[in-house]
Design a protein around this ligand. Sequence first.
Ligand code: HPA
Ligand code: ZN
Length: 332
Amino acid sequence: MDIISYIKKVPKAELHLHIEGTFEPELMFEIAQRNQVKIPYNSVEEVKKAYQFNCLQDFLDIYYAGASVLLYEQDFYDLTMAYFKHCAEENVVHTEIMFDPQTHTKRGVSFETVISGIKRAQDDAAKNFGITSYLIMSYLRHLSEEDAFETLEQSLPYKHLIKAVGLDSSEKGNPPSKFQKVFAASVKEGYKIVAHAGEEGPAEYVWEALDLLKIDRIDHGNNSLTDEKLVNYLVENKMALTVCPLSNTALRVVDDLKQHPIKKMLDLGIKATVNSDDPAYFGGYITKNYTEIIEALSLSLEEVKTLVSNSFEYSFLDEETKKKYLQMVHEN
Ligand code: HPA
Ligand code: ZN
């Protein structure tokens, strides 16, 4: 079987996906209309045209503006269910979904509204498509640590629905050390820990995420490659990176997919995975991330199997379920 057919067919897990980043312009228009919220665009084409970014902040400004039409439980259900339909079409059998409560609670939408809509979609996706999913509650790093503590507090009644906490939004100038206390408190509550680090920020931020936040997995982590000691640490400790190829080119973290570091990461022995990050904004869901990177870097079937295996191995699934999926990766 050729590699492209393999990647389309094989069961996959996605480990780096922001649910607010799956908001397609068509659905954004529909929800804006029914909620009677004004958006600064006249057509779907106009929205798509606005998706030209020079850096992370360019994207974040548009991403937060888009999310502002989400008001009711049904909106969060529709958003999440639309993503699950993509998963079903692309054989994503397990996904670990990030959501940004503060993007919504800051606008007066309750934590309960957000998580109830997402949870109902998770239950329906499990029932109708057999897709399992976990939630990762992400703190917005451009806000204060006190704000993050408030979010942690709000999450506690829903603790059973949340697997991990994460850290996202504007990286530069907002190092992991700013959130050391709230992550320690989150660990105490039983949450697993991930954090965006080394996307635009330096390798030093990755060290901080490891040493101070005690992370289980790194989101992006590209700039780790500038620090040999850090690379050795990641390899020795099997610390996985959730890499997002199309996000990297869209936000100019990488100039061209042909220069993407994921092959180098694999060569070095780093546990890299492929993910879509914010697919509605960056031009593709998980399969497109795989196919484009396979073509740009001429990845071998062996390398692709390693990437897919890593997506299960470094998920938060239990060992038995991991084993079941890993077998399928190699049988396919
Ligand atoms: N980086 C930081 N924050 C984000 C991202 C990202 O890629 N996507 C959504 N929030
Ligand atoms: Zn991200």
